[in-house]
Design a protein around this ligand. Structure first.
Ligand code: THU
Length: 137
């Protein structure tokens, strides 16, 4: 797992916490922020965006990652997720993390400032990576 300096970790966690304030969560009230560190050193943020048709909701992590892809980022080093209670990323987000940043370090932080450090590999071992798909590679 890549080592991230504590200064960069703080920056990423702060960015995720900041993005959390923009969460659009009128249905669950569960506000989530995220920030991804791209290989070029830039940080891209996201928040959860809910919908009255609940299945159309998108999680903060996927907003950050898809936004970063749309900005031309191709490599991802780390991702931070900020919630009130230190909740872990959901299964769909883990799958997207495997797709876009399988080597990422994951910082899971709560509103009290506690940070748990884990990795995409630890969160989703033995994952489906598409290598068997006909157009893979
Ligand atoms: N949520 C995220 O943003 N990320 C996760 O990994 C877990 C869940 C959001 C989706 C929904 O807006 C709210 O949290 C409750 O599920």
């Amino acid at each position: 797992m890549t080592t991230i300096s504590s200064q960069l970790q703080d920056q990423l966690v702060d960015a995720a916490s900041g993005a959390r304030t923009f969460a659009y969560a009128p249905y669950s009230g569960y506000r989530v922020g995220s920030a991804v560190l791209a290989g070029d050193g830039t940080i891209v943020t996201g928040c959860n965006v809910e919908n009255a048709s609940y299945g159309a909701t998108i999680c903060a992590e996927r907003v950050a990652l898809t936004r970063a892809v749309a900005e031309g980022k191709k490599q991802f080093v780390a991702i931070a997720v900020a919630t009130d209670d230190g909740g872990a990323p959901c299964g769909i987000c883990r799958q997207v993390m495997v797709e876009l940043g399988p080597e990422m370090v994951v910082f899971v932080n709560d509103a009290a400032g506690n940070v748990r450090i884990t990795s995409v590999q630890a969160l989703l071992p033995d994952s489906f990576d598409g290598s068997g798909l006909i157009n893979a590679g």
